[in-house]
Design a protein around this ligand. Structure first.
Ligand code: GLU
Length: 592
């Protein structure tokens, strides 16, 4: 979601900013823009922006001469995507340019005040008040003016400010991520490490309340007016991961990477690579997450309760922030990016209440990993496609591992599941043999307007995840239901030919699942089942079956989800959807 980059150094800023910006495209955005401070006696700030993709920005932008600049990909929160609403935003005099990620919640009040004071505000964004506030407070010292401006802001922000009169960048952060990339004679600013990783692997992570003054040779950070030292960290991120490696989309590449991800996570012994587990003395547990990570949490709940007998509940980050919540003394948070705003807010509240936080995230150095007491890093490596695939499977593997390591697990069960985990990558590879059949099924879904996914027990969250994938990338209306709930309402919608995707794992729910399938059959639905390869009877009850390699039922969500990822992918492909960058969606949801 929304990307920020900044550059100050001894090279032309424009090509570097454009390159960095294109590396943030995967996060999802609707507009882009750039501002460069000219290297001549006037030092004018030249801006080019619009509701366009970065490629078009690059192509249409006039040459912007200068070695200091800022750029932005916007994910609109206030005001539709348009030229006027795109960032950078300027003050009245064109002396200051600002890019901003986040939301200024008191912008209406500030806007009215500024207008009354004679400022001409031309966009519908919450952001535009910032350059005007800086203009108001500027008396020859940009850092001071920015500090005064942010003092009146409420909400979340990561901002980079460019000033015609001062050869520097001033940055500030509250609630939205921001990093500084360090290199000799040049500095980079970004909202996310992939933006700058091909220029430097040395970064400083800013903390909330930090204000930084950046020149090509120096970084000075203050917090509450006091100078502060922030450690320089080395980031290890394989540059090659940003390539598609011959695949048509990042999503299908990432789906196919899943055997590798599981192998990396389990190495030779399924349990040795993770040493973290739930504390022995916890009476109950909560898991907090959003979107696909929430579905991983629901599967985690099932596994923890089944194997450890510890009562567990799973909540959306966006919900717990707005209610009275009684937290247990240990909470697991799951966030792919480690920057999910709703999750971070809940983490801060829980931290204040003394809750011990265990984060599961894919991004080393991310805010979630810095706030939490302990972190499990999933080894999915950078995931570019907006739809989570390999990061979801990696979250599941982490949840299995942290549960299996707990001393409450029956040793025999631990042995069985650990061995099953080791055999999973080969089973995922075998599952890929189903791709031609899945493509055929996608042809059927392509003609439909509504699709129902049903599951029971540990595969109920898989039904939710399968329907989410289809919605987000293929734009097909889909619902995920606990199969037993069909008769409590959704059956009213079933009629001849409506596809129902039924996940029929070999567990204690199997018979009940067959009953649900019969109920949908009776209404003329077109039933597509995901069944164990050893299931010899299901064919009699359904219209199509995907035979899924056999595994222990507690691990079956891994294989079933991957089959549904492929189904969503091939349906979206037939429909000509922009699979990796679905409309209105962002990879890392950094606003609440
Ligand atoms: N709230 C700002 C806007 O709508 C910034 C959005 C973003 O973070 O991209 O322009």
């Amino acid at each position: 979601m929304c990307g920020i980059v900044g550059y100050i150094g001894n090279r032309q800023a424009e090509p570097i900013l454009m390159d960095c910006l294109s590396r943030l495209e995967y996060r999802g955005y609707d507009s882009s823009g750039i501002a460069v401070r000219e290297n001549d006696h006037c030092n004018d700030i030249n801006v080019y922006k619009n509701a366009v993709r970065v490629a078009e920005l690059k192509e249409k932008s006039p040459h912007l001469n200068g070695t200091t600049g800022i750029a932005h990909t916007r994910w609109a929160t206030h005001g539709p995507p348009s030229l006027l609403n795109a960032h950078p935003h300027l003050d009245c005099s064109g002396r200051f340019a600002v890019v901003h990620n986040g939301i200024i919640t008191n912008y209406q009040e500030l806007k009215q005040q500024l207008i009354a004071e004679g400022h001409d505000i031309i966009s519908e964004t919450d952001t535009e008040v910032i350059p005007h506030l800086i203009e108001k407070y500027y008396h020859g010292n940009l850092e001071k003016a920015v500090t005064q401006a942010i003092a009146v802001l409420k909400g979340s922000y990561a901002i980079v400010v460019l000033c015609k009169d001062e050869p520097k960048l001033v940055i500030a952060k509250m609630g939205s991520p921001m990093i500084i990339g360090i290199s000799d004679c040049e500095k980079f600013i970004a909202s996310d490490t992939p933006a700058i990783i091909s220029y430097t692997d040395k970064v400083i992570y800013l903390e909330d309340g930090d204000v930084g003054v950046i020149t090509e040779n120096s970084v000075a950070i203050t917090k509450n007016g006091e100078e502060i030292r922030r450690e320089e960290k080395h980031v290890d991120m394989c540059k090659a991961d940003i390539q598609k490696n011959g695949y048509a989309h990042y999503m299908i590449k990432e789906i196919h990477e899943q055997p590798r991800v599981i192998r990396d996570m389990i190495a030779d012994n399924a349990l040795l690579t993770t040493r973290l587990t739930i504390s022995e003395n916890v009476q109950s547990l909560s898991i907090i997450a959003c979107g696909t990570s929430y579905h991983a949490g629901l599967i985690g709940e099932y596994v923890i309760e089944e194997l450890l007998g510890i009562p567990t509940n799973v909540s959306f980050g966006s919900e717990v922030n707005h209610r009275r919540m009684i937290f247990p003394n240990e909470v697991i948070v799951i966030t792919q990016s480690g920057e999910t705003a709703d999750v971070l807010t809940s983490m801060k509240t829980m931290q204040k209440a003394g809750v011990k936080l265990l984060a599961i995230t894919n991004v080393p150095g991310s805010t979630a990993s810095r706030i939490s007491d302990r972190t499990i890093y999933t080894k999915a490596v950078l995931e570019v496609s907006a739809a989570a695939t390999k990061s979801f499977i990696a979250q599941l593997i982490s949840l299995y591992q942290l549960t299996l390591l707990h001393p409450f697990v029956d040793p025999k069960m631990r042995e069985i599941l650990a061995a099953e985990l080791v055999s999973l990558p080969a089973k995922v590879e075998k599952l890929f043999d189903l791709e031609p059949q899945i493509m055929e099924c996608a042809k059927y879904l392509n003609q439909c307007t509504d699709v129902y996914f049903i599951g029971r027990g540990i595969n109920y969250p898989v039904a939710l995840e399968g329907s989410l994938k289809l919605k987000e990338i293929a734009y097909v209306h889909a619902e995920g239901y606990a199969a037993g709930e069909l008769k409590h309402g959704p059956l009213a919608l079933l009629c001849a030919g409506v596809p129902v995707i039924a996940i029929a794992a070999q567990d204690s729910n199997y018979e009940a699942m067959l009953t649900s399938i019969k109920e949908t059959n009776a209404r003329g639905a077109f039933v597509i089942a995901l069944a164990d390869e050893n299931d010899k009877t299901i064919e009699d009850s359904v219209d199509m079956v995907f035979k899924i390699p056999h595994t222990h039922y507690l691990l079956s969500p891994v294989l079933n989800t991957i089959a549904l990822q492929l189904l969503a992918y091939y349906t979206a492909k037939l429909r000509g959807c922009p699979i990796d960058f679905p409309r209105n969606l962002a990879k890392s949801v950094t606003v609440e």
